[in-house]
Design a binder for this molecule. Structure first.
Ligand code: GDP
Length: 182
């Protein structure tokens, strides 16, 4: 079977995952790209990316999603990571307040280095950890509204809303780019 990279597509979109280390970015990506939950830790340092083909309307879109692969730990994310990216999932962990408090910093960075009309979805991951929740859903949602972002809570572990978060981003990128080319 041909993988997503080899298949024909109408459009290619680059999008990035961003957020503190340990919030679940690479597990969200492997869930979306391969529908699996990865329990092992990351073996390497360096950018990783995965592809998945998605149908939006009559267009077949190849989504190329970049993951920091641990580089955020060292603040080594460079402008090349953001270059050409049309969308971002900005992820925090609902059970770790400090990761939510970092969201402003990541947003600033996205706006500094990223595309002007980048589609940003704020994602509160690990919503399966309700008993150790440190960030209320309303709080994340309210912040997203203030900043003009979309919002979703997900669980990479239980596969809750993962598909929706990525698909929402890809559909919105498609809306923005097709509007621009009119
Ligand atoms: P990254 O550093 O942001 O890429 O985070 P990882 O994807 O490597 O995940 C960090 C840790 O959180 C790992 O131990 C994962 O098993 C765990 N994890 C990721 N997503 C979830 C989730 O939705 N729920 C729970 N309970 N744990 C998760």
């Amino acid at each position: 079977m041909a993988d997503a990279f080899d298949e024909y597509c109408d459009l290619l979109f680059k999008a990035v995952l961003i957020g503190d280390s340990g919030v679940g970015k690479s597990n969200l990506l492997s869930r979306f790209a391969k529908d699996e939950f990865r329990l092992d830790s990351k073996p390497t340092i360096g950018v990783e990316f995965a592809y998945r083909n998605v149908k939006v309307g009559d267009k077949l879109i190849k989504a190329q999603i970049w993951d920091t692969a641990g580089q955020e730990r060292f603040r080594a994310i460079t402008s090349s990571y953001y270059r050409g990216a049309l969308g971002a999932l900005l992820v925090y962990d609902i059970s770790r307040r400090s990761s939510y408090e970092s969201v402003r910093k990541w947003l600033w960075e996205l706006r500094e280095f990223g595309n002007e009309d980048m589609v940003v979805i704020l994602v509160g991951n690990k919503c399966d950890l309700e008993q150790s929740r440190e960030v209320e859903k309303e709080e994340g949602k309210g912040f997203a509204e203030t900043e003009g972002l979309c919002f979703m809570e997900t669980s990479a572990l239980h596969n809750v809303n993962v598909e929706d978060a990525f698909l929402q981003m890809i559909t919105k990128i498609h809306d923005v780019t097709s509007h621009k080319s009119l």
